[in-house]
Design a protein around this ligand. Structure first.
Ligand SMILES: [Cu+2]
Length: 177
């Protein structure tokens, strides 16, 4: 019963776009800021949240455009702020800061944001730009395409199954004495 309740809570939490009833740790600001274009590699990445962080459950990962992890120290927690030291200067390029923290109520909060070192990155195709809202998810257009193809395939399969069954019925019908 408790498991069912827990599952329900998760479903409700996932379905509701924002849960104002629960005060979750929220990223308030960061250095470098989301979308910042820096002239040179940052030495530190600092994230400030809306509530105190638990050092045992705070993860901050910086990765490059190829999703390789940039060597950085363990997050240093001071109240609501987490700071990681970038171990050696990074090359020009696009980077992502991904974080995972645990709210006071025990729920995990995660997110990510990009920043750029050096010149601004080349323009991305519109579909990718739309998806680049920090979720790191699959572009909506691709998802829609997958759904449409899936529905078509299921429809085709159903059609062939039905016609095959009908054909079998026809063949067996007269001969099946
Ligand atoms: Cu919560």
């Amino acid at each position: 019963m408790r498991r069912v309740l827990a599952a329900l809570v998760v479903v409700v939490a996932v379905l509701s776009p924002s849960s104002p009833a629960w005060a979750h740790a929220q990223l308030l600001s960061s250095v470098p800021a989301a979308g910042a274009v820096l002239p040179a590699s940052p030495g530190l990445v600092t994230l400030r949240f809306s509530e105190e962080l638990n050092p045992s459950f705070t993860t901050v990962v910086v990765s490059d455009a190829a999703q390789r992890r940039v060597p950085a120290g363990q997050p240093v927690i001071a109240a609501a702020t987490a700071t990681v030291a970038v171990e050696s200067p990074v090359a020009d390029g696009a980077y992502t800061v991904a974080y995972r923290v645990v709210s006071k109520d025990g729920h995990t909060v995660q997110g990510s944001y990009p920043f750029t070192v050096g010149a601004a990155p080349p323009a991305v195709p519109p579909a990718q730009a739309v998806a680049g809202t920090g979720s790191g998810g699959v572009p909506a257009a691709v998802l829609a395409g997958v759904v449409v193809v899936g529905v078509l395939l299921v429809g085709l399969a159903a059609y062939f199954l039905l016609t095959a069954r009908r054909r079998v019925g026809r063949v067996q019908g007269p001969g099946g004495v």
